[in-house]
Design a binder for this molecule. Structure first.
Ligand code: DQA
Length: 147
C-alpha cells in the first residue's frame, strides 16, 4: 500500500480560527479526518504531521517512512532553503498544497522554494486541494503506473 505523509507547516494548527477569511473555518483535525476517509477509499495509507518548527519538519522527512508526501510548508515555503534541501535529500516525490493562492497575495509570498521540485502544485482551493493531492497520488502510484 502506498504510504502518504501529509506534512503541515507553521500556524496550520490554528486553522479554523486563523484568518478565516483567507483560510476558511475548517480545523486541521477536521481536514485530516476527511483526508483519512478519502485515502481509505483510494487504498492509500496516510499519516499526518504538523509542526511550527522547521527542524521538526525536516526531522520528520528524514524518517523516510513514506513513499510520497503532501506538503503545505506554510510560511516556510517562502523562506526555507533547508526544507527544500531536505525534500531533495530524501528522494520522495511530493505534491505542494496551499489553501490560498500565494501568487495572488503579498509579493513576499511569490518567492517559492518548493514549487520547482514538487511533482504537482495545488493552490487556492482550500481543503479540497489536499483531497485532489491524494487523487493525484493515487493516479501516479496506481499499480504498475509509477512514473
Ligand atoms: C499557506 C500560504 C502561505 O503563504 C502562508 O504563509 C501559510 C499558508 C496556504 O496554505 O495558503 O501559512 O501555505
Amino acid at each position: 500500500m502506498t504510504r502518504v505523509l501529509v506534512l503541515q507547516g507553521p500556524n496550520l494548527n490554528l486553522l479554523g480560527t486563523r484568518e478565516p477569511e483567507i483560510y476558511g473555518f475548517e480545523t486541521l483535525d477536521v481536514i485530516h479526518a476527511g483526508l483519512a476517509e478519502h485515502a481509505a477509499t483510494l487504498g492509500l495509507d496516510v499519516q499526518f504531521f504538523q509542526s511550527n518548527h522547521e527542524g521538526a519538519l525536516i526531522d520528520r522527512l528524514h524518517q523516510r517512512d513514506f513513499d510520497v508526501a503532501i506538503v503545505n510548508a506554510a510560511g516556510l515555503t517562502h523562506t526555507s532553503v533547508a526544507l527544500r534541501d531536505a525534500l531533495l535529500a530524501i528522494q520522495r516525490p511530493f505534491v505542494e498544497v496551499h489553501l490560498s493562492d500565494p501568487s495572488k497575495r503579498e509579493a513576499f509570498r511569490h518567492v517559492n522554494f518548493l514549487h520547482d521540485i514538487a511533482f504537482r502544485t495545488i493552490v487556492g482551493l482550500g481543503p479540497l486541494g489536499y483531497r485532489l493531492a491524494l487523487d493525484a497520488i493515487a493516479e501516479r502510484f496506481r499499480v504498475g503506473g509509477e512514473s
